[in-house]
Write a protein that binds this ligand. Structure first.
Ligand code: ADP
Ligand code: MG
Length: 315
């Protein structure tokens, strides 16, 4: 490989919105056979919004949104942002329970919210949910397993609603307080318009796409099917993403990983080729060999095609 040809390759990359850390990156890019894709923020937009609220018998939906919103307000997670933003459009949810249950967001309801009731003892449980005390209630918002740890059991009807949302590709988080299951909040994200085309380009290059996520299996499968991915690794805790990349490498695969989150950084560093969404976190960008400036997944296949072409002209 002559340095000049490699530099021409990296220069062309910059024009395509692909920032390559150094010419040596192109060499590992060429050998890649598997592309691991983070789901939220990489394949999907990563901007979640609340689409439904389901309550256990006897629970007021407005009260559920109020307590869950006050707890999630302290978190930066996309699910938390969706729930906090949802409560904010209906001021009475923030200030106190209302007579009706206005869980359909309506930005026209008037004045901005005064702010959430403060949460005490807030705890973020990585990849599982959040807890805190709001108005004297011990609130939990998160996965089923988080509630189980506290011996809280959602009703069969609530779990059925959860399963239905998940099989439609949505994410349902359970809400409990004072030791009882109270309901759930369904959030949805959108697949990026360019993701399916990007996956098709990976396949055209002979690469196997794999979807990796902390989200539930059913939602992950639904999103995977929408973009043309067969291999799904779901319900992976943030700290375990790196081990998944390591395991694929141990199977003899040469792995490219594309991600955007702080959680993805160790996996991006472990991959033979790490690619970060330019729209993502600094941690992901720093851990990566390549930055896809516009956050468009098609740039990931462009990068691999470019490096093959560049090195191909050299050999
Ligand atoms: P992803 O890999 O899609 O970014 P995470 O690993 O961050 O997902 O989270 C995995 C799952 O943990 C979520 O789908 C959700 O069920 C639960 N979870 C994580 N953070 C929160 C939160 N702040 N509120 C509610 N649930 C959460
Ligand atoms: Mg992500």
């Amino acid at each position: 490989a002559t340095p000049t040809a490699l530099l021409v390759g990296t220069g062309r990359g910059a024009q395509l919105g692909i920032l390559i850390k150094g010419p040596e990156v192109l060499e590992s890019t060429r050998r890649v056979d598997t592309v691991v894709l983070d789901k939220t923020g990489t394949v999907t937009e990563g901007r979640m919004s609340v689409v439904d609220v389901v309550v256990e018998e006897g629970t007021d939906a407005a009260e559920l949104v109020r307590l869950a919103g006050a707890t999630e307000h302290a978190s930066e997670h996309p699910i938390a942002r969706a729930i906090a933003a949802f409560g904010r459009v209906v001021p009475e949810l923030v200030e106190g329970p209302s007579a009706q249950a206005p869980w359909v967001p309506d930005a026209s309801t008037g004045s901005a919210a005064q702010g959430w009731v403060p949460v005490e003892g807030f705890q973020n449980i990585e990849g599982r949910g959040v807890t805190g005390i709001v108005d004297g209630h011990a609130v939990l918002v998160g996965r089923h397993s988080l509630l189980e740890d506290w011996s809280i059991h959602p009703s069969p009807a609530l779990l059925a609603a959860k399963a239905a949302a998940e099989s439609a590709g949505q994410t349902a988080v359970l809400v409990a307080w004072d030791g009882a299951s109270r309901g759930l909040i369904v959030v949805a994200d959108q697949v990026k318009a360019t993701s399916a085309e990007a996956v098709a380009s990976f396949r055209a290059l002979g690469l196997t796409p794999v979807l990796l996520t902390g989200d539930n299996e059913a939602a992950a499968r639904h999103i995977a099917a929408q973009v043309g991915i067969d291999e799904v690794i779901a319900e992976v805790l943030p700290a375990e993403k790196v081990a998944v990349v390591h395991r694929l490498q141990a199977e003899g695969r040469v792995v490219a990983m594309v991600g955007d989150g702080v959680n993805d950084a160790p996996a991006l560093a472990q991959a033979d080729l790490g690619m970060a969404m330019g729209t993502g976190t600094d941690a992901a960008i720093e851990a990566s060999d390549i930055t896809l400036v516009r956050g468009d997944l098609r740039a990931a296949s462009d990068a691999i095609r470019l490096s093959r072409r560049t090195l191909g002209t050299i050999k």
